[in-house]
Design a protein around this ligand. Structure first.
Ligand code: NAD
Length: 478
């Protein structure tokens, strides 16, 4: 029986528009994974009203109550992880190992934020006026709208939801229309953990209808968005200026390999950063820059590894790269490959051919060189298993290439020189800089986010308190 995915409004699972929409398995387009029901605009209003009401009580709940619900969400996520990972692979396409990693990290995020309500925060001190005390406390933002992408369909909503709940907010989540099922599973976990009715709402629907109505809704207090830079622009225009805004958007994350680098470690980082998750990561390294003396040696190592990469159904153990998520995404990546051909790029290596068998959005990995630094391939986010190689003479030129970008999410350097590492960390314009580590990866207790066109507003994860709370200054005369 095909699963039916509903909306979660006021603590009730409910259908919306009468027409069900199909989500097909991107690795086998003949398979309908689920049918889902978009919420109506009336249901969106109902969800916002219910979230406003529930937030007042939730904000007053004892820290211990919020902590224990978040701990239960972590536990339930782990208990259900096998089923969740399998469904994630079927709905989104990534490999089972990647899906397991995503679910496991979400559980860790719940566990980390369970501690947050129990941590004291705030500042207190004496006023400049005699006999007066000042304290600056953090209070919940209020009703938070969340609009999330399809590339981490469980983790993205989870890593926003956990701090939102910890800090006493209520939430209206609008997940990507390509992955409605994982968001519904998250809400089931919240419900089973005893989250009070109305604190979390899930409204399913497209960006242009329910997404834009949510962003422009007068009764939300803020919005947190992860997705493309173009959608981010539209959302920022819809949001009233006095509302809080947090956005994590696209990236073009360079990986630098210096002549003194451990080339094996750098090769591993390039393979995982450029091609794993089928390149569909905001922190993917689709631009690789190598210092001239080791360029040939590095290209050879990388090419050898690329040639062995296998794309196929994420559910199969031998698959390195699952399919792309959709036809739109596949067309976009093919568009970049056509452009590469038009610009006379050289194909350094290709992965194993796409599988014969069920039709899916498969794309073998491709490593390119010979493009100049003004090409769209070296400047724009590709979001597919395609990477470009460039050569830099020295560190200055390499850092110049990193900084000559509108984005600024993550950048990596592989080097054994402390001086190179220090200069790179200091001079790169990016929200996250990494030394001898790949461009992807996050620590839940450290701020996550970019600069430039990659982000706006406070950081996520370890920086989340800045967005999910607002400060209030209290003056007391004794
Ligand atoms: P997208 O921008 O197409 O969609 C993201 C979400 O926005 C979806 O839920 C969509 O329905 C909604 N949306 C679309 N138009 C809207 C509108 N006009 N008003 C309101 N909502 C609207 O992005 P995507 O294709 O789902 O995800 C891929 C993008 O996400 C990539 O650019 C990637 O870099 C980015 N991303 C960034 C991070 C990060 O942390 N920086 C993490 C993951 C993904």
């Amino acid at each position: 029986v095909t699963r039916k995915v509903l909306n979660f409004i006021s603590g009730t699972w409910t259908g919306g528009h009468p027409d069900w929409i199909e989500r097909r398995n991107p690795a086998d387009l003949s398979e309908i994974v689920e049918l889902w029901s978009p919420a109506t605009l009336g249901q969106l209003d109902e969800a916002v009203a219910s979230a406003s009401l529930a937030q007042l009580t939730w904000a007053e709940s004892l820290p211990e109550t919020r902590a224990s619900i978040l701990l239960d969400m972590a536990r339930l996520t782990l208990e259900r992880s096998e089923m969740l990972a399998r469904e994630l692979t079927l709905e989104q396409g990534k490999t089972l190992a990647e899906a397991q990693g995503e679910i496991g990290f979400a559980a860790q995020v719940f566990r980390y934020f369970a501690g947050e309500p129990l941590r004291l925060s705030g500042i207190s001190g004496r006023s400049i006026r005699p006999g007066v005390e000042v304290d600056v406390r953090r209070e919940p933002l209020g009703v938070v709208a969340m609009i999330t992408p399809w590339n981490y369909p469980f983790l993205m909503p989870a890593w926003k939801l956990a701090p939102a709940l910890a800090h006493g907010n209520s939430v209206i989540l609008k997940p990507s229309e390509l992955t409605p099922g994982m968001a519904a599973r998250l809400a089931e976990i919240a419900e089973a953990a005893g989250l009070p009715r109305g604190v979390l709402q899930v409204v399913q629907g497209s960006g242009s209808s329910i997404g834009s109505a949510l962003a422009g809704h007068p009764d939300i207090d803020g919005i947190t968005f992860t997705g493309s830079t173009e959608t981010g622009r539209q959302i920022a225009r819809l949001l009233a200026p006095h509302k809080a805004l947090q956005m994590e958007m696209g990236g073009k994350n360079p990986l630098l390999v210096m002549a003194d680098a451990d080339l094996d470690a750098a090769t591993e980082a390039a393979i995982k950063g450029a091609f794993h998750a089928t390149g569909q990561r905001c922190t993917a390294s689709s631009r690789i820059v190598v210092q001239a003396p080791v360029a040939e040696a590095f290209h050879e190592r990388l090419a050898q590894r690329v040639r062995a990469l296998r794309c196929g159904p994420g559910i199969a153990a031998e698959t390195d790269l699952g399919p792309l998520v959709s036809q739109v995404q596949h067309d976009r990546v093919r568009g970049f490959l056509d452009l590469a051909a038009a610009e006379d790029a050289e194909i350094v290596a290709e992965g194993l051919p796409e599988p014969n068998g069920p039709q899916g959005h498969f794309q073998r990995p491709i490593l390119l060189t010979g493009l100049n630094s003004t090409s769209r391939l070296t400047r724009e986010e590709i979001f597919g298993p395609v990477a470009t190689l460039e050569i830099a003479e020295d560190l200055d030129q390499a850092i110049h290439l990193v900084n000559d970008s509108d984005f600024g999410l993550s950048a990596s350097i592989y080097t054994t020189s402390l001086a190179h590492a220090a200069a790179f960390k200091q001079r790169c314009r990016a929200g996250m800089v990494q030394v001898n580590l790949p461009t992807f990866g996050a620590d839940y207790h450290a701020p996550f986010g970019g600069w430039g066109l990659s982000a706006a507003g406070p950081k996520e994860l370890g920086g989340a308190i800045e967005f999910y709370t607002r400060s209030k200054t209290a003056f007391t005369a004794a």
